[in-house]
Structure formats: C-alpha cells, structure tokens
Design a protein around this ligand. Sequence first.
Ligand SMILES: [Zn+2]
Length: 350
Amino acid sequence: MALKNIIGQDRPIGILLRTLDRGRIPNAYLFSGESGIGKRSAAVNLAKAINCLDTFHRDDKKDSEGPQVAAYRRTDACDRCHSCEKIEAGTHPDVIVITPEKGEIRVDQIRAVEDALSYMPYEGRRKVVVIDDADTMNQSAANAFLKTLEEPPAESLIVLISSNPDRLPETVRSRCSRIHFTPLSTEACSEVVQTVNGRQATVGSRGKERPMTIDHPLSVIVKLSMGRPGVALSSEPLKERERFLSLLRNMFDGDGEIWTDRDEMERWLDMAVILLRDMAIGKITPDEGVLIHADIGKTVLGMSKATDMPSILRAYHKITRLKGKLDFNLNKSITWNYTASVLRSVLSYA
Ligand SMILES: [Zn+2]
C-alpha cells in the first residue's frame, strides 16, 4: 500500500503528497480525527514514502493509472522495495510506532523515543516515530516529550495520532503541523471494508483487523460504523448496538448494570444520538432503508411513531450537548439518571 491507495481521505493525503513533492516535510505532524478512519495507515505510508528506495526515480513509462498518479510516482512509496516492505512488516529500524500500554503512554516509552532519535538513521533517509493515541501520554511523558519537540533531532519526523487532540497540551499541539482526517462516505467506507476483507481472504489475516464472519449485511455494519472502516472491520458495531439496547432496557427498568467506564458512556451516547437521528428521519419518511439502524428499522419507526418531532429534536440536542461536556469528568451515575430522564421523555421502549 502507498499513500495514493488510501481510500476516502483525498484531502489529507493530497496535502501530504504535495508536501512530499516540495520536499518540505516538517519535524512534527499531528494527525487528528475519529478513530478507525486511516490516520495510522497514513502515518505508516508517509514513513514509507519518505524512506522509499525508489522514490525520486521518475517513472517515464506510460502510466495506465492516470496522470495524477503518474505525477506522484516521484514522491509516493513504491511499496515494492526493501524499505517499503520492512516498514509494512514493522521491522524497519528507522520507523518506530508507539502505542499506549495499559491505556497510557508512559515516560519510559518517550525516553526510548528520545534515545532512538538521538542517532542518525541506520538505513533510511529519515527516522520516523509514530505515536498512536498520543493524547494518552501521562503528565510526565508529555513533559519529556515537549523537550524532544522543542529541539527536534535532525533527520527525524514525529507523527502524533489522536482522536482527542484537545486532550493534548497546547504546548505540544502548537509545535505540530496539524492534518485533520474526517470520517469516510458510506461508499468509501464500504470500499475499504471490501478491499481489506478481499485481501485477507487471499493472504490471511496479517493486521489487527479480522475478516468479517457475521451474517449481517455489509451495508448495516458500514452504516453503524459511521464512516469509520476500522470500526466496521473490528465487527464491533453490532456487538456495541446489542450492548446499547440492553443498557437502554436497564435504563428504562430503572435497575441492572450501567456503563462500566467513561469510554463506554461516550460510545453509548453516540448510539443514542444515532437512534434519535433515525427517529427524526422516521418522521419524514417511512423508508427503513435510509435509517442507520436499517436492520431493526421497524422497531425504530415504531419508536418514532409513538412521539412527535419537537420531542425528538429536544432530546437530540440535550444528548448532543451532554456529549460535548464529557471532557469535564462527568459523574457516571448522575449522567445515567439525567440521560434516562431525557430518553424517557421521548422513548416508549421496553
Ligand atoms: Zn519503496
């Protein structure tokens, strides 16, 4: 895979390719945007493009891939040379990917990065460090990291990846060139899922994605993943919705389990917003096909019928506002009770 093969992210990929073409790669990037939409893939493929042994060798042969692709031949990764292969396999000595351990990035991981960056590249042009979920850096890690950012070692590139960039210290954010990624269109998301599944069917599972084996139509999973192919490929959306419905039942019964943690609360509220959105659409059209919860469309349309549009919109705005306050460490049970009162005003469920 090369940068040009990343589906549905034309704008950010275009920026990266043009920057590569001008040879003006900064010392630090921040790739922001929701999880599961290709940020990490873009970072790894950027590392490939920078270190590709075949880059800068213009391919003069007639190119069947079209003029735009031909123009980028010079700067994008070839995806065939030793360097590209090693980076893809995660074995290139100059490309390091850091991920949180037990939910956080610790200071010793940042020190290891500093140490690695203090040497010149072994075999590539530039050392590349990718820090995934960079907002999980704890305070001392962030402090140590800031020093590296302030005096970036020569021949190095740091790419921070974050779906919650506002949780990164401003001092860190302001030192990075920011590139924002947005969720994919349903068509592009579906194309990614089909491409990955097709590849896995022939070469077997190599990455963390698993082939989809559930009996649900692809369209339902893609819709529920809201333009995030990484989420669709994890097969999580359906499990998550089952969990959403079971907790919703608890909420209406007034007993049983509630959200286990903040992350679950956040994802659950996302699902609640999707449900309210579908109920509002149900007021406009009886077509189940346009709903995100298309496979349980009858239930959703029933819920929609039992209430009126102003109530749905009021609940929608209240839950959306609540989601915006999640950064303020909301108390779980108070939030649960508040959400229950909002949803009871609009849902006749269970
Ligand atoms: Zn290459």
